[in-house]
Design a protein around this ligand. Sequence first.
Ligand code: ZN
Length: 148
Amino acid sequence: MKLSAPAPTSGAATLVMRGNRKFNTQPERRLRSYLHRQGFRFRVHFEVRANGVRVRPDIVFPRSRLAVMVDGCFWHACPAHGTRPTSNREYWNLKLARNLARDRRVDTALNEEGWFVLRIWEHIAIEEAGSMVRSALDMKGLVRTDVR
Ligand SMILES: [Zn+2]
């Protein structure tokens, strides 16, 4: 079933819907430039194919098989800030449930092919996000292949 977006009923909903940009969201760009300044070298929106799933994670360390996704609090239903619009409730519940199901499908497919998927909420402080990436690379024991 195809979901078509209902017309926004308030200014807030309009803003939220405009925020549905797949690529280059502000938190994503912020994390990339922070990591770059820290000396990390990575690919941006590099296509990863695994078990029938094709995905372009926000930040990819191909040799380490680390995929980093910056998840928006609204679109990925963050437990702290994942508010739901009160109008068109049925549409949003279904839409967000599908987003979450897709996230899990992507994670599983990538894990099955040796990838580690690091999901970072957009609300996470930049320094903390940076150390999460460093820890993930350390954990894979491949930090030197992708970091200068
Ligand atoms: Zn959040």
